[in-house]
Design a binder for this molecule. Structure first.
Ligand code: MN
Length: 393
């Protein structure tokens, strides 16, 4: 008979049975496979649940099964959590390599924070209304580059490009205004049919879970190229995604009312029971906490983002990722980008002993987050981490 083990879950770990985020991991020398986290351990689901659907290099096959199977698997894991698992199914998180958890189909990035959009408007267009006329009517977004979404921990090679200079003409070289954007990403599990918009009430039929995102941004490249079209090379070089996808069900207790929307949105963006999420992000720069962006303040809900993304008849696919846009609050220490924290580079901030505006080579940024649970504790969303490497030419 094969041996069985019990998994100890440290108090306050943030990874108890009420969380159970999923990952793709490679045990030493083995093919990548799907796991779920309990404490500091990963449970190999293909072994523990005896199901080859999990012996895959991404979550996509599992996600494509839809919400009935998602909740069935979660219930089986929760029922098993305080018992014993086959020893062959249990690995230490520290002993394995974590991979990109999903095969990213399409990637969309929104701009759903009123505080971020207002700050960015004030910085980029100081003499105009900070919000453009469409902002309170639709969740502004753009299609990004799915092929450069990478797992947390991947090095961030400083991008080169045309940089706006004070003279008004561009030069070429490494970005000198390399920035972060602290965001929450939503992962589509079950896709939708082209021509059939996904209503705000159908969010949970399609969205599998959430993961932290750092949408690295080169502000000097962005400021020059994005006239009049939106983000392009200033964003597409890299987007980091956490290795851990938190199931939507684990955030049930984090649901909160949305802030008031004025004017009321058009009917297709209205929701009978609108909700936001009480998730607090933490941004650490070289080990120093520099911001605590509150997701609770986001103006547009995740359901509104998905409804808007599909209202023209565009379909979604398993593995689609749509991110919220930078999460910012009204206070300085709640801003989720260095653009805002340094107010366009004009107000350096203290990073430990150093005074800094944008990222330097060798800098490390780690974004984490927590959300409330039914028992009064908090779950910890899996971190997204990146270190800046020098430009390659
Ligand atoms: Mn972004």
């Amino acid at each position: 008979m094969s041996s069985r083990v019990r998994i100890d879950i440290p108090a306050e770990s943030g990874f108890g049975p009420e969380h159970l985020p999923y990952c793709v991991f490679s045990p030493a020398g083995e093919q990548p496979r799907v796991g779920a986290r309990l404490g500091d351990s990963i449970v190999d689901l293909a072994v523990a649940l005896d199901d080859p659907m999990f012996a895959q290099p991404s979550l996509n096959a599992f996600m494509a099964q839809g919400p009935g199977i998602w909740s069935e698997v979660r219930q089986r894991l929760q029922a098993a959590a305080d018992g014993e698992f086959p020893a062959a199914a249990v690995h230490a998180v520290s002993a394995v390599e974590l991979r990109l958890p999903i095969e990213v189909a399409d990637y969309v990035d929104f701009y759903a924070s009123l505080d971020h959009a207002t700050n960015a408007g004030r910085i980029f267009r100081p003499d105009a209304e900070p919000l453009l006329p469409n902002w309170r009517h639709l969740p502004v977004g753009y299609h990004g580059r799915a092929g450069t979404v990478v797992v947390s921990g991947t090095e961030v090679i400083r991008p080169c490009g045309q940089r706006r200079t004070a003279s008004g003409t561009p030069d070429f070289g490494p970005s000198q205004r390399l920035d972060i954007e602290a965001e929450l990403g939503f992962v589509v599990g079950a896709g939708s049919v082209r021509g059939e918009p996904v209503g705000t009430g159908e969010f949970a039929d399609h969205v599998f879970g959430v993961a932290l995102v750092n949408d690295w941004s080169a502000r000097d490249i962005q400021a020059w190229e994005a006239q009049p079209l939106g983000p392009f090379l200033g964003k597409s070089f890299l987007t980091s995604l956490s290795a851990w996808v938190t199931p939507l069900d684990a955030l049930r207790e984090a649901r909160i009312p949305l802030p008031d929307q004025d004017p009321p949105p058009l009917p297709y963006l209205q929701d009978r029971a609108p909700w936001g999420l009480d998730i607090t992000l933490r941004v650490e720069w070289n080990g120093h906490l520099v911001a605590t962006p509150p997701y609770s303040r986001m103006y547009w809900s995740p359901a509104q983002m998905l409804a808007h993304m599909t209202v023209n008849g565009a379909s979604t696919r398993t593995g689609d990722l749509f991110a919220s846009g930078t999460v910012s609050g009204p206070e300085r220490e709640e801003r989720g980008s260095l653009l805002e924290l340094s107010w366009g580079g004009t107000e350096p901030l203290e990073v430990g002993e150093a005074k800094r505006t944008y990222l330097e080579d060798g800098d490390e940024v780690v974004i984490t987050a927590t959300a409330p649970t039914a028992s009064g504790g908090r779950i910890t969303l899996g971190e997204v981490r990146g270190v800046i490497a020098p430009a390659r030419y």
